[in-house]
Unconditional design. Structure first.
Length: 136
């Protein structure tokens, strides 16, 4: 039995040293493994944050562009509306002037017709007078 104790006394430190070395090696592997995992997680996080930041930046640019285009279109619509309003007022004034002119021309024509009628009556009277004189 003493041989077993001697064998165990020799094997026990060797076994303990072997286990310690294996534990040390495995610990180093685990540190590298967790270091790699930490690096991948950090890298992925950084890439995700950059991608989200870039997407928000692009979205912000698109919104700014859309806002500028909307402002320009609104301004153009306001200008067009003002031009249409001015054109409408000018058209109304023009039609009123045309109607007024037609009324004036109608009055002048009516007066001219009256004068022509009067002239015709006068000519007819003169003709009658001349006929009476010529019959004498």
């Amino acid at each position: 039995m003493s041989n077993i104790f001697i064998f165990a006394a020799i094997i026990n430190p060797l076994f303990a040293i072997t286990l310690t070395i294996l534990f040390f090696i495995e610990t180093k592997k685990l540190k590298r493994y967790f270091g790699n995992i930490d690096f991948v997680i950090n890298d992925t996080s950084r890439n995700s944050i950059r991608a989200v930041r870039d997407d928000f930046h692009k979205l912000n640019q698109s919104i700014n562009s859309l806002t500028n285009n909307t402002n320009i279109n609104t301004s153009n619509l306001l200008k067009n509306s003002e031009l249409i309003s001015k054109n409408s007022i000018l058209t109304k004034e023009t039609y009123q002037n045309v109607i007024s002119s037609i009324d004036n021309e109608s009055k002048v024509l009516n007066e001219l017709v009256k004068k022509i009628d009067q002239t015709n009556q006068s000519i007819n009277k003169l003709k009658d007078s001349l006929e009476t004189i010529s019959n004498l």
